[in-house]
Design a protein. Structure first.
Length: 567
C-alpha cells in the first residue's frame, strides 16, 4: 500500500482513509480487501455478511487493516425458467471484473473472498487467479435440508414436485406443504449441485482452507473459519506465498476435475474449470476435463444421482474424505500445494478411508468412469456434457423434436404434449446465442417430475443446473449461433446418445450435413430467423450488458470467457 499512503503527495489519499476511520498506525499496515456477495436476494448469500465481518477480526489479529466491500450476485433459484436466467452466467464475469477493478484501483495487498451462489464461486476464484495476490477463498456453506414425509427434502424436490403435480402424481396441496419445508435455512442448495461442486473444487485447488467446503452455512463454526481465513491471508502476505498461481496448476486442475467426477458433481464444472485455468494462463479445455472424467471412477453417493447431501459429507470428514481414496488409488497428484503450504499428500495423511455407503473404494466404485461424461460426435464436435450418476441406461436413440428456445419447449412439457422416445432439442441458448447460456432446471425437473426423466432425452446448447438429472445433454458445441450442427437439426432426425462410448450423433451422412450447413449459412446471410447469432426468441432488442457479453463471449468448451486471459 506504500504507493497509496507514503509521501507528501499522498496527503489527500490519507485524508480519504482517515474519513474511513483509519489512523496513523494503520498506514504502515497492509490493507486487505474482504469481498463478499452478501445480499438478501438469495439465501445462498445471506450468511456471507456475518462471515465476512468475522474475517475482519482475523485480518486485524494478523496485523492487517481489513477493508470490506461487496459485489453482485444473481440467484439461480430466482432467475430460473425465465429470461432473467440469461444474467446468471454473465454475473460470473461481472464478479471477476468488479473484484479486479476494486483491488487494482485501490492497490490492496491481499484478498479474502466470500461466495455462496453458483456463479459467485468461480467468479471469485477467477478474480483471485487474475490478481495473483495473497488470497483466501471462503465458501458460505450449504443450507440444511428440509424434512418431508420421513425424507430429506431440498429445492430440487420442489422443482420436481411441480412436474409430479402436472402428471397427476401429487396434489397441489401436497406441493404447497413441500414448498414450506424444503428450504428451511439460509445457505446454498444442499446437494452436490453447482455451488457445492465448486466449493469442493476450491479446496482441491488449494484456494480454500481444508475442511471448509462442506460445513453448513448456519454452523457457528463458520465464524471461526472466517477469522482463520483473515489471519491466513496476512501470513501468506508475510511469507510471500503460496499465491493463487502457485496453487492453480495443470496438476491441481486435473485433481479438481477428478473430484467432480468422483462425486457426480455439476456439469457446470466443465465450464468453470477451463475459465479458472484461462485466468491462470493455462490451457485446460473441455477436452482436458473429459480426459480426467473418463479415467476417474464415481465413488461418492451424493445427490442428485446418489443418496447423501453436503452436511452428511461434512459429518463424515468433508472433501478430504473423498480425496483420500482417490489419492491412494493413484487418481490424484499428491504433490500439489494446499493453502496452508502442505502438499496434498501430506494433508491427506491420516484421513479415514471409504465407508462403503457414502464413499466407496475406487476398486469397487459406483461406476467405472466419472459421474459426468463428455460426449463427442457429429452433433458435438467441441463436446457436450451429461451427468450419468444415477442413470439406469447410458444409451438413447430417438427422433428429434426441435425447439428454438427454452420457453417454446417449456410450454410443450408443461402441457405434456410430448411422447416417450423423443429427443427434445432446445437450441439458440448458448453463450452468444442466448445470450447468456441459460440453465434449464425448470424444464429438466419438470420432465423428471412427470416420470419422464429417462423416457425422453433433452439436448441443448444451453446449460443445466447441478441439480439436473435424467437423460439430459447440455453445453453442446459449437452452439447454434456459431453454426454448430445443432443448428441444422430438423424434426424427425434420428439422434443417437451413447454415454458409455461418449458419443452424440445424428444419423445423417456427411453429404446431407454439408447441405444443411450450406442452407444455414445462406439463411444467416439473408438474415433469417434460423441464423441463430444474436437472435432473441422473445423478440426483445439486444442491448446493455447482454449485447456486450454476446460480442465478447467465447465458446463453452473454452469456458465461455470474455477476455484473452493471462499470457
Amino acid at each position: 500500500m506504500s504507493k497509496v499512503t507514503d509521501g507528501m503527495d499522498r496527503t489527500p489519499h490519507r485524508a480519504f482513509m482517515r474519513a474511513m476511520g483509519l489512523d496513523d498506525g494503520d498506514f504502515d499496515k497492509p490493507l486487505i480487501g474482504i469481498v463478499s456477495t452478501h445480499g438478501e436476494n438469495t439465501p445462498c448469500s445471506m450468511s456471507l455478511g456475518p462471515q465476512a465481518d468475522a474475517a475482519r477480526l482475523g485480518v486485524a489479529q494478523g496485523g492487517g487493516v481489513p477493508v470490506p466491500f461487496t459485489t453482485v450476485s444473481v440467484s439461480d433459484g430466482v432467475s430460473m425458467n425465465h429470461k432473467g436466467m440469461r444474467m446468471s452466467l454473465v454475473s460470473r464475469e461481472l464478479i471477476a471484473d468488479s473484484v479486479e477493478a476494486v483491488m487494482r484501483g485501490h492497490l490492496y495487498d491481499g484478498l479474502v473472498a466470500f461466495a455462496g451462489c453458483d456463479k459467485t464461486l468461480p467468479g471469485m476464484m477467477m478474480a483471485m487467479a487474475r490478481l495473483n495476490c495473497p488470497s483466501v477463498f471462503v465458501y458460505g456453506g450449504a443450507m440444511l435440508p428440509g424434512h418431508w414425509r420421513g425424507k430429506d427434502a431440498t429445492i430440487l424436490t420442489a422443482y420436481e414436485g411441480v412436474g409430479a403435480v402436472l402428471a397427476g402424481q401429487m396434489t397441489e396441496a401436497e406441493l404447497n406443504e413441500l414448498e414450506h419445508v424444503c428450504a428451511p435455512t439460509v445457505g446454498s442448495c444442499p446437494g452436490q449441485f453447482t455451488a457445492n461442486t465448486m466449493a469442493m473444487v476450491s479446496e482441491t485447488l488449494g484456494l480454500a482452507l481444508p475442511g471448509s467446503a462442506m460445513m453448513p452455512a448456519v454452523y457457528s463454526e463458520r465464524l471461526a473459519l472466517a477469522r482463520a481465513a483473515g489471519r491466513r491471508v496476512t501470513e501468506i502476505l508475510a511469507k510471500g506465498g503460496p499465491l493463487p498461481l502457485d496453487l492453480i496448476t495443470r496438476k491441481s486442475l486435473e485433481n479438481a476435475a477428478a473430484a467432480v467426477a468422483a462425486t457426480g458433481g455439476s456439469t457446470n464444472a466443465g465450464l468453470h474449470l477451463p475459465a479458472i485455468a484461462h485466468e491462470a494462463g493455462i490451457r485446460f479445455t473441455l477436452d482436458d476435463v473429459a480426459e480426467v472424467f473418463a479415467r476417474t471412477p464415481l465413488i461418492a453417493s451424493l445427490q442428485p444421482g446418489g443418496k447423501y447431501l453436503a452436511v452428511d459429507l461434512f459429518r463424515a470428514g468433508g472433501v478430504d474424505r473423498v480425496l483420500k481414496p482417490l489419492l491412494d488409488a493413484g487418481y490424484l497428484h499428491g504433490d500439489t500445494l494446499s493453502l496452508d503450504g502442505r502438499t496434498l499428500k501430506d494433508r491427506l495423511a491420516g484421513v479415514a478411508g471409504p465407508d462403503g455407503d457414502m464413499i466407496f473404494d475406487p476398486a469397487t466404485p459406483l461406476h467405472g468412469s466419472g459421474g459426468v461424461v463428455v460426449l463427442r460426435g457429429n452433433l458435438a464436435p467441441e463436446g457436450a456434457l451429461i451427468k450419468i450418476a444415477g442413470l439406469a441406461s447410458l444409451q438413447f436413440t430417438g427422433p428429434a423434436r426441435v425447439f428454438e428456445s427454452e420457453e417454446h419447449c417449456y410450454e410443450v412439457i408443461k402441457s405434456q404434449q410430448y411422447r416417450a422416445g423423443e429427443v427434445l432439442v432446445i437450441r439458440n441458448e448458448g453463450p452468444a446465442g442466448g445470450p447468456g447460456m441459460r440453465e434449464m432446471l425448470g424444464v429438466t425437473a419438470l420432465i423428471y417430475g412427470q416420470g419422464m426423466g429417462e423416457k425422453v432425452a433433452l439436448l441443448t446448447d444451453g446449460r443445466f443446473s447441478g441439480a439436473t438429472r435424467g437423460m439430459m445433454i447440455g453445453y453442446v458445441g459449437p452452439e447454434a449461433a456459431a453454426g454448430g450442427p445443432i443448428a441444422w437439426l430438423r424434426d424427425g432426425d434420428t439422434v443417437r446418445i451413447d454415454a458409455a462410448a461418449a458419443r452424440l450423433d445424428v444419423q445423417l451422412d456427411e453429404a446431407e450435413l454439408r447441405r444443411r450447413r450450406a442452407a444455414w449459412e445462406a439463411a444467416r446471410a439473408a438474415g433469417g430467423r434460423g441464423a441463430g447469432a444474436l437472435n432473441r426468441a422473445d423478440g426483445e432488442p439486444l442491448n446493455g450488458v447482454l449485447e456486450k457479453y454476446a460480442r465478447l463471449v467465447g465458446p463453452a468448451h473454452l469456458g465461455a470467457v470474455t477476455h484473452s486471459g493471462r499470457r
